[in-house]
Design a protein. Structure first.
Lengths: 320, 666
């Protein structure tokens, strides 16, 4: 097989050269540089959608676009060297530290907010309200610890936290608020939602960390726990809040989701960078798109194409 | 017989000082336990004494990337050069199989020439299979590739196949080269052996970040990580194969006046071919094992499909893509095996034209015909969506049914094991002083392999404490140790049964082939749904993966006991059970222990995956480092995993070697 494919490959190579010589150059709109702009894609649907929307818009403006898969945090190494150019979603709740570090090198640039708000908090399915009437107030949690417990954690309740890498200070929060709960960390969000799905199939108790925009919030009925509202002082100053000796005695911060880019790219494709800065979409609109893809099983390309058709005036304003 | 009894006597004579040593260690441990308030450092290695090794490694990497200059070019330019060498052939294969030949880059790219049609690719594998073996193999290959088209996995499978088609030759060639070099220079071999150990046991996540930074983002980095992971068996097999070429063969080559190079290429390598193919098989299998992890850093393809499907809890799609990986592995494996065993071509030189190359002719005909006709009938070049079938929500429904109806039973089982075995064991191991555990490793090494081994195992264990990862290492030992015990308890009896029954042997072979190539991620998520996030789910996943060598090696070991011995035992009036207990099992023990050894390696290599369901051990440390892009931290934790593996490997190896010598097998 090897030998055959080699000889075919050689033949094809020859054919390719002939074709290339014969073809006329492709018509292109006037843009600053025809080098491909590399947009990074990560592993969650929302980011996939925002990136593809941005990519399609830039294509309409005549830019050359390439999508490159890169890890959410590891991508900064690439953004700093110019291997990668634009990252569409950097969440304050999970990526702020890495982003600040990278911006400090002077090789990347903050391209402003996307308009979406990242929300993450403790969450429960709505049927738990019958078993724990005080919800969603966090003060009810201790009374229901038994209801949320499993044999491993009993008599303490069980709270399934996000992956350790996404921080969130849940161990500290449980301690500071005197919650009688054991914090169990899921390794990935896939495992997290697998357990949620399983519990909901059986209508079993579950209390876990969820973030939005995400399909789970649309698919399952549930509510966020209401903790004392977050302020910067709560995380930094132990004396703030009900626990005078500890920080983290409040809920989680809601935060921006920003775009980041390779600094020198701004000189290379000023128009494209301007369009990225202009990019704006709201949580609700994004949630709907995510539901289309994750729950209704439509392809990202279809959903993006629909959005482009229905929101022509919106994206036209970004590139002009 | 007299040799054995002499050895036994020898052993009983020597046993008492070792007994004293172990008793001494026990006393010291208990003493330490009571004095734990006086000498806390023996239990918890003090933070102040820790070696900031990970900081040094990170700093070194920064220097390597930003400022290391080799004179004519920088280190980074060198690595980018290597990436270029791999990227070009990849581009060619990918164009041929997946994207078609493109002009321009990014979204400006336009197809100037289409890819091979699905019919042409299937025709290729079928004809190739017929060419190297028979129609039976051709049918198998056809079914495997047919599945890819029918279940709508074609596009992804071709991307995966392209990267495998590049990674495997590079892995094989690199392995051959290193193996030959090690054979020629003893000094090189001494340096290479520990590096091979590390390449095989350091979890892949640990070096993904440095690879990404050095070789740029995209499929090439994924391929390089795959090559690093898949190459070591090829190196080892090359060394073994070339060494075991009979001296007479080499001698006759010399006598006929071969130069050193001719001797290698014309005599040694051809006669070592069958063994070398075992290495090729391992490279293929390990490359396909990496498909999921490679997709996490941009390889795309089937691995990416499995990952995204399971993130959305679409278990059915995950299973379909996972099975596609398994079938691809099976097809490539069987084809490579058959082509290696193929008898030299008996081509009739009298024939001319297409009669002389019938398969090549059919191949070109099909390719050209589908290309041309494909312009009018697209179904010939791309498998139409409408013909695709899917298992739909079937698998999801199965899991749901079990979940709703059997959860209580499963949960009770889980809780029993968790509360009575797992948690107590974990607490016990965590409460042991590290000094005593390191001492235990050292004494075991001393007893089984002499002072050099004792020194090695003792210092490797101490290293783990010194870099401050002791507690996580103990959780690793607990999880892997328990998984290995369970895998052996289940696997060894199955292996023995399979060795004594041919039909069972065939069934078991298919099951373990599947278990080994089906990406563990596919069954990890259903396991989480049924058993919740935590150690138990992780344990099940590790057992499912690590059980294969326990079965395989036991089966092989029991089967390869010399028939003469069994004949002799039968003559002496032994029953079947007696033959098994008194003859087959003792003689197969070294082989079985090799299986246990491999079980441990497999269990450790699953750690990184179990970190994805929230276990808190070294694998998780590596995974955190990956997501934070912390090179030093990841590598240090990875090396600790490798050290645990090396300790286990060396101890078992030394033990098996002694046993073999006692039984007169070596």
């Amino acid at each position: 097989m090897r030998k055959q494919s080699h000889s075919t490959a050689v033949a094809l190579g020859g054919a390719l050269l002939l074709c290339a010589a014969a073809m006329a150059p492709v018509a292109q709109a006037a843009v600053e540089s025809t080098d491909p702009i590399k947009l990074t894609i990560h592993d969650w649907t929302g980011q996939y959608l925002t990136t593809h929307i941005m990519g399609e818009v830039l294509k309409k403006a005549g830019y050359n676009i390439e999508y490159v898969q890169a890890d959410y945090i590891a991508q900064f190494a690439g953004l700093e060297t110019g291997d990668l150019h634009i990252a569409m979603e950097m969440w304050e709740t999970t990526g702020k530290q890495a982003m600040d570090q990278s911006l400090a090198t002077g090789k990347t640039v903050d391209l402003g907010e996307t308009g979406m708000d990242a929300k993450e908090e403790w969450w429960y399915p709505v049927y738990m309200k019958e078993r724990c009437p005080g919800l969603p107030d966090w003060k009810a949690l201790n009374d229901c610890a038994e209801a949320f417990s499993t044999p491993e954690t009993a008599p303490k309740g069980r709270y399934l936290g996000g992956p350790v890498t996404w921080a969130g200070f849940d161990d500290e929060r449980a301690e500071a608020l005197g919650l009688n709960y054991e914090v169990v960390h899921a390794g990935t969000d896939a495992a997290l939602f697998a357990e949620l799905e399983s519990a909901i199939q059986r209508k079993e108790p579950i209390l876990l960390w969820i973030y939005a925009p995400h399909w789970a919030v649309a698919k399952y009925q549930g509510e966020w726990i209401e903790f004392p509202e977050y302020t910067d002082a709560c995380y930094e100053d132990p004396s703030w809040g009900m626990n005078k000796d500890m920080a983290y005695d409040c809920g989680k911060p809601f935060g921006w989701i920003k775009k980041v880019g390779w600094k020198d790219g701004e000189k290379k494709w000023p128009g494209a960078y301007k369009a990225v800065r202009n990019f704006h979409i709201e949580n609700d609109a994004m949630s709907q798109l995510i539901v289309e893809v994750d729950l209704n099983g439509r392809s990202v390309d279809d959903v993006v194409a629909d959005w482009m058709k229905n929101n022509e005036s919106t994206w036209k304003a970004w590139i002009n | 017989m007299s040799v054995v009894s002499a050895a036994l006597e020898h052993r009983t004579a020597r046993i008492s000082p070792w007994l004293a040593a172990w008793a001494g260690l026990l006393v010291v441990t208990i003493a330490l336990y009571f004095a734990r308030d006086l000498i806390p450092w023996a239990f918890k290695y003090p933070r102040g004494w820790q070696l900031p090794l990970h900081g040094w490694i990170s700093a070194f990497m920064k220097w390597l990337i930003n400022s290391f200059d080799l004179g004519l070019f920088t280190f980074k330019e060198l690595t980018r050069g290597i990436a270029w060498v791999i990227e070009k052939p990849y581009w060619l294969v990918k164009s041929l199989l997946s994207t078609g030949f493109l002009k321009g880059v990014g979204s400006y790219a336009e197809q100037v020439f289409p890819r091979l049609s699905w019919l042409a690719v299937i025709a290729t594998v079928v004809l190739f299979a017929r060419h190297v073996k028979d129609w039976k193999l051709a049918l198998l290959a056809g079914i495997c590739f047919g599945y890819l088209a029918v279940f709508g996995q074609w596009d992804s499978a071709m991307i995966t196949l392209s990267s495998i088609a590049i990674a495997v030759p590079f892995g094989v060639a690199g392995g051959l080269f290193l193996g030959i070099a090690a054979l020629r220079s003893r000094r090189f071999e001494i340096v290479l052996t520990p590096i091979l150990d590390l390449m095989q046991t350091v979890p892949v996540f640990a070096y993904l970040i440095p690879v990404l930074i050095l070789f740029s983002f995209g499929p090439v980095s994924a391929m390089i990580a795959t090559i690093i992971y898949a190459m070591p068996p090829m190196v080892r097999v090359t060394m073994l194969a070339l060494r075991s070429v009979p001296a007479e063969v080499v001698e006759s080559g010399r006598m006929s006046g071969c130069t050193k190079r001719q001797l290698l290429w014309k005599v040694q390598l051809p006669s070592a071919m069958p063994t070398l193919m075992v290495g090729v098989n391992q490279v293929i299998m390990l490359s396909l094992n990496m498909v999921i992890i490679a997709s996490m850093i941009g390889a795309g393809g089937l691995g990416y499909d499995v990952l995204t499907a399971l993130k959305r809890l679409q278990i059915g799609q995950g299973v379909e893509a996972g099975v596609a990986i398994t079938l691809l592995a099976i097809a490539l494996d069987r084809l490579s095996q058959a082509s290696a065993r193929r008898a030299p071509a008996t081509r009739n030189a009298q024939l001319r034209g297409w009669r002389r190359h019938p398969y090549l002719t059919i191949f070109f005909t099909v390719t050209a015909a589908t290309w041309i006709l494909g312009l009018w009938f697209p179904a010939l070049s791309n498998y139409p969506d409408a013909w695709e079938i899917t298992t739909g929500s079937f698998w999801g429904d199965v899991v749901r049914y079990i979940n709703v109806n059997f959860f209580d039973v499963l949960d009770a089982m889980k809780n029993f094991l968790l509360l009575n075995v797992m948690i107590p064991l974990k607490r016990f191991l965590l409460s042991l002083p590290w000094v005593a555990v390191a001492g235990m490793a050292a004494i075991a090494g001393l007893q089984l392999g002499g002072w050099r081994l004792g020194l090695l195992t003792g210092s490797l264990a101490t290293f783990i404490a010194v870099v401050g990862l002791w507690a996580k290492a103990m959780v690793t030992v607990y999880l892997c140790g328990l998984a290995v015990i369970i895998a052996c308890l289940i696997g060894i009896p199955i292996g023995i049964a399979a060795a004594r029954n041919d039909r069972l042997h065939r069934i078991v072979s298919v099951i373990i082939d599947t278990l080994q190539t089906l990406p563990s991620f596919v069954y990890l998520m259903p396991v989480v749904m049924l058993f919740r996030v935590g150690d138990f789910a992780a344990l099940l996943a590790v057992v499912a993966y690590a059980i294969t060598p326990a079965i395989r090696y036991t089966d092989h070991g029991v089967r390869s006991v010399s028939p003469d011995l069994i004949e002799a035992a039968t003559q002496a009036g032994c029953t079947r059970g007696q033959i098994l207990r008194k003859v087959q099992l003792p003689l197969a023990l070294p082989q079985i222990m090799l299986g246990v050894n491999q079980t441990i390696m497999m269990a450790l290599s699953m750690l990184v995956i179990t970190a994805l369901v929230g276990t808190r051990e070294l694998g998780q440390e590596v995974y955190i480092a990956l997501t934070k892009a912390d090179t030093g931290k990841g590598l240090v934790a990875g090396v600790c995993v490798a050290f645990i593996a090396i300790i286990a490997d060396r101890l078992i190896g030394a033990w098996a070697w002694r046993r073999k010598r006692e039984l007169g097998l070596e």
